[in-house]
Structure formats: structure tokens, C-alpha cells
Ligand binder design. Structure first.
Ligand SMILES: [Zn+2]
Length: 437
């Protein structure tokens, strides 16, 4: 595993707890295979002891021969641990609620009782030669003294890693930073720290990133963040966060597979991909305002943190928009093999803005305006998607609420080659490279 951050992908455990989600065995197999292709090193599944179905699914997944290691999320109950080991998983993710609230209203054990049960179960896992993790549920509402005592005891018992869970999404990046560093200082250097964060107040991705910066090596994610209530750190969003910080941090993960995975799991869970989903949102890589499109045509980095090509996406410039500008209209004219001189470009741009006043134009409407003002280009140019100029025709916004905000960018959009993030490639370099389309 040469990844900088080890993702423990929990769509098949936390994601199963998303209200309404019910993955069939075939769904689980597809999800596990897709996660494996994307490169996640760990896949967490529900406890094989939960039901006969859960046990069968666990053995099926364990038999797939995945590159990823399979971890079962299991209560600190010896019989449950034995059942998980029997299913053939590579490791067991033990957990216990540590906060006073969970102790009082959940399992009703004191700290000594938690340590006794957890160390016994960790011993069973270690004796079987499997990986053992202990998860501190609700760590961020647990007195630090209690948390450190439990962590020290399980560290002593030989677990491979300790997980700090922000179970109800109350933590902030600063608090995550403090707590991860505190635990880090109090456990052995070889014991890893894992972070699990819920998104109740919108900080799950930022908190996971803060945990990594503070020394956590493993982060729990799920596809689109599916999980209890409004979920946890989303896989695609977290990978995008790492990439935006430094592409090297996301090495080992096939980022171009994120959108396909998001769309597949959303369909299985019966939910739309949110319009603003990081990476997979319908407009994640589109630009509409004239100033933005003009700048992006000169250098995509002006308004993009993520390279769409790396994420298997296409950059879209919405030319048929009431906020469009001259550069975008000129680009569309060039793509159509037309020339617009200064005056006609101004007039055509004004006509597009006026026509789009009641809503974005589709390609045909946009192109009819551009053709009305453009003269044939002296050297007719071919229209080939994916080469050279790559100005997209126009937004296609059908008045279909169900379809809005879902799925990838429309087919047929041309794309700009996205340069190496370390370089700035001026527009003229893009448009003069070989055949301009
Ligand atoms: Zn959770």
C-alpha cells in the first residue's frame, strides 16, 4: 500500500445504514469490485453476526479475491468476533460508545467494563492473525481522560489502529487537530489513527482532512457520504480535497472512476446525485459567467481547482447563457467554422444574452444566432470533440425537474485539454495546437 492516506471505504457498512438503502448481494458485489478498481485499500462491511444474510454476504465478498482488505464492523462481543473471523474477513473493526451519553443510554458499561470487553475481543482477533481496530465511538463528546485511558489500554492490547469517531458531527477541524495530536502523543508510534466523521453540521470532509494533517493515516468514507442521518465523509469529496491540496496525496486512487461509482451507488440507493456533489455534480466542471468563461479559455486554472480530465469529466462552457461574454461566443463561432468581426461579435453576444434572458439556450438556438451574424471562416474547420479549442455549444436545460442536477455532463461536449497543474497554458497555445475543432 503506497497510498499517502489509507481509505477505509464504508459504503457497505455505514452506507447500508442510510435510511432507505438496501443493497442486494449483487449490488454489494458490484460496489466491492468498483471500490477495488478505484484502489481503496480497505472495505468495511456490516457485522457478519448481524444475520444469516449478512454472514453469507460477508463470505461472498471475502471470496471475491479483492486486492482490498475486508474489515468487519463488529461489537465487542466474543461470539460476534468469532462469527466475523469465520466469515474470512482480513480484519475486525471493534467499537464501543465512550461518551457519557452513550454509556448511560446505550450499553451502560463504565470505562473499566469497556476496556475489559474490548481487550478480550482484540485478543481474539490478534490471536487469529487478523488486523484489529478499536473504534472510540462519540470520541468528541468523551472526557479526554476517559478517551486516553481506553486508547492506552487498547494500544497495550496490541490493536493495529485506534479510530476516533465524530459520531454526531459536532467536531470542527481545529478540535479534530487537537484530539488526534493528543492521542498520537499517548500511543505507540506504530499504532495508526483512523478518523470517522459524520456530516451533521457540514464539516465531515474538512474534519477528515484535518485529521490527516494531524497524523491520522486512515479515513472512513462512503460513496456520496451515504450513512446514518446525512452521512459521513464522501469518498469523491475527500479524494478531491486531497487532490486540491496536492495531487500526490491522492496517488494510488483512480480518480477517473469516482463519477461512475457515485452514479452507480446513487441508483442502487434510490437517490439522485446531488446537484452540488463534489466531482459528480452536474455542474461541477461547468462555467457560465462571461468573465469566467473568458478566463478559463485562456487558462483553465483561473477558475478550476480540479482538473476535469483527471476525474473523468468534461469541462463545459455555457455559452447560451444570459451572463455569457464575447470570448465564449467567439469561441463557439470558431467551433462552427465561422468568423465574427468586432461589431458582429458585439451584436451576436447581445443577441445571445437577450435570447437567454428567460433561460439558457440549447445548442440549436445558440448556433442559429451565431450563424446569423458569422461569416464563413476562410479555412473551414472540422468539429471534433475533445481536440483543441473545445468551447462547448450551450447549456441544455430541459424543463424536467427530475433530470436536473443528476448524472454526468451532457454528451457531445467538447473539452479543453487540461494542462499539467504546475503549468499555465495560454489560450492561444491551446487553439493553435494542430487541428482546431
Ligand atoms: Zn458512523
Amino acid at each position: 500500500m503506497d497510498q499517502h492516506v489509507l481509505i477505509v471505504e464504508s459504503t457497505l457498512r455505514e452506507g447500508e445504514q442510510f435510511a432507505g438503502a438496501r443493497f442486494t448481494p449483487a449490488d454489494k458485489q458490484k460496489i466491492a469490485l468498483a471500490l477495488d478498481r478505484l484502489g481503496v485499500p480497505y472495505i468495511e462491511i456490516s457485522s457478519p453476526a448481524a444475520s444469516a444474510r449478512a454472514f453469507e454476504d460477508a463470505t461472498m465478498l471475502a471470496g471475491l479475491g479483492l486486492r482490498a482488505r475486508l474489515l468487519a464492523h463488529v461489537r465487542c462481543v466474543p461470539a460476534d468476533v468469532r462469527r466475523a473471523l469465520e466469515a474470512g474477513v482480513h480484519g475486525v473493526n471493534l467499537y464501543f460508545g465512550l461518551s457519557p451519553l452513550l454509556r448511560a443510554h446505550g450499553h451502560r458499561r463504565d470505562v473499566d467494563g469497556i476496556i475489559a470487553a474490548a481487550t478480550e475481543c482484540a485478543g481474539l482477533v490478534r490471536a487469529a492473525g487478523r488486523e484489529a481496530r478499536f473504534g472510540c465511538e462519540d470520541a468528541f463528546r468523551t472526557p479526554e481522560a476517559d478517551l486516553l485511558r481506553v486508547c492506552a489500554a487498547l494500544d497495550e492490547a496490541g490493536v493495529d489502529r485506534l479510530s476516533l469517531a465524530d459520531t454526531v458531527g459536532v467536531a470542527t477541524p481545529r478540535r479534530v487537530d487537537e484530539l488526534v495530536r493528543l492521542v498520537r502523543r499517548n500511543i505507540r508510534p506504530g499504532t495508526d489513527i483512523e478518523f470517522h466523521g459524520h456530516d451533521d453540521s457540514g464539516c465531515a470532509v474538512a474534519n477528515a482532512h484535518a485529521a490527516v494533517e494531524a497524523g491520522a493515516r486512515l479515513v472512513n468514507t462512503s460513496v456520496l457520504g451515504l450513512g446514518e442521518r446525512n452521512g459521513i465523509t464522501g469518498l469523491g469529496a475527500f479524494l478531491a480535497r486531497l487532490y486540491a491540496c496536492d495531487p500526490a496525496l491522492a496517488r494510488g486512487y483512480d480518480l477517473a472512476r469516482v463519477r461512475e461509482l457515485d452514479n452507480m451507488v446513487a441508483a442502487m440507493a434510490g437517490v439522485p446525485v446531488p446537484f452540488n456533489a463534489v466531482v459528480s455534480g452536474a455542474n461541477a466542471f461547468s462555467h457560465a459567467a462571461g468573465a469566467h468563461t473568458a478566463a478559463v479559455l485562456r487558462d483553465p486554472h483561473t477558475y478550476e481547482a480540479l482538473d476535469p480530465a483527471v476525474f473523468g469529466a468534461t469541462r463545459t462552457l455555457h455559452v447560451g447563457h444570459h451572463l455569457t461574454g464575447r470570448h465564449a461566443v467567439a469561441g463557439r463561432a470558431t467551433a462552427l467554422g465561422l468568423d465574427l468581426d468586432g461589431a458582429s461579435l458585439e451584436t451576436a453576444t447581445a443577441a445571445v444574452k437577450a435570447a437567454a434572458g428567460d433561460g439558457p439556450l440549447d445548442d440549436a438556438a445558440l448556433d442559429s444566432i451565431v450563424r446569423a451574424y458569422g461569416a464563413p471562416h476562410p479555412q473551414p474547420l472540422s468539429l471534433t470533440a475533445g481536440e483543441g479549442l473545445g468551447v462547448r455549444g450551450a447549456a441544455r436545460r430541459e424543463p424536467a425537474p427530475e433530470g436536473r442536477g443528476q448524472g454526468p455532463a451532457p454528451e457531445g461536449a467538447e473539452q479543453l485539454p487540461c494542462p499539467d497543474p504546475s503549468r499555465s497554458v495560454p489560450f492561444h497555445a491551446l487553439s493553435s495546437a494542430g487541428s482546431v475543432s
